[in-house]
Design a protein. Sequence first.
Length: 245
Amino acid sequence: MADPPVSLPAGLDPDRVPVHVACVMDGNGRWAAQRGLPRTEGHGAGEAALLDTVDGALEIGIGWLTMFAFSTENWRRPRDEVRYLMGFNESLLVRRRDELHDKGVRIRFAGRRDWRVPRRVLRRMDESTELTEGNRRMTLTMAFNYGGRAEIVDAVRALVAQGVSAKHIDERAIRSHLYFPDLPDPDLVIRTSGEYRISNFLLWQLAYSELVFSDALWPDFRRRDLFAAVAEYQSRERRYGGLRR
Ligand code: IPE
Ligand code: IPE
Ligand code: MG
């Protein structure tokens, strides 16, 4: 678990830090276009945003961070962009995993390991997971070739394959067959780039998450934007279908 924060920036309440924050890192292409650069430059510039967000989350004691890096629908993009994204994610792991390991971050990957993901990328993912599996300060889940619908389909398939009867399929059974059954539901989901949609992210888990939409394009996102989203989260009243307390 995360270290208890001593004092938090920007007037954040240390007793109401979200346990799990999930983030749709969007707007890389527009960031690049604004500068007359190819879209791939925007993805590259997203690395600094990712690392600063992780550091900010560590700073305020967020124990679970889930980042949407590549969706099951992103294969629809031009072949060159997909190829770039695969290589970029691989090189990012190679360049950054030791540093994340030193910070006590456990790295995991949620998504389908299908034939479209190059083998060497899968290998880097496995190496990073193995290297960091003993860490508990933060669990950083990278959603890669991830789709919320695919995850639910995969869970139901696994139940059927195990011969579980209809009357034993309940919410607990489905949850326990998601990619990471120990992943808490996100308290806070942040989407950047001024888009107001979920785009097939964590559909099961975000049933009662607080949603915060940021206008920042992902490469411009920094820990101050994370703190602003957490402050917004702390101003919300969560009711879970019940009445105000
Ligand atoms: C998010 O940025 C990164 C991925 C989806 C891989 P985009 O590439 O979607 O950037 P925009 O939305 O086109 O600006
Ligand atoms: C969501 O962004 C996926 C990731 C951030 C990896 P997209 O850019 O793919 O979403 P849409 O197409 O705008 O809904
Ligand atoms: Mg986008």
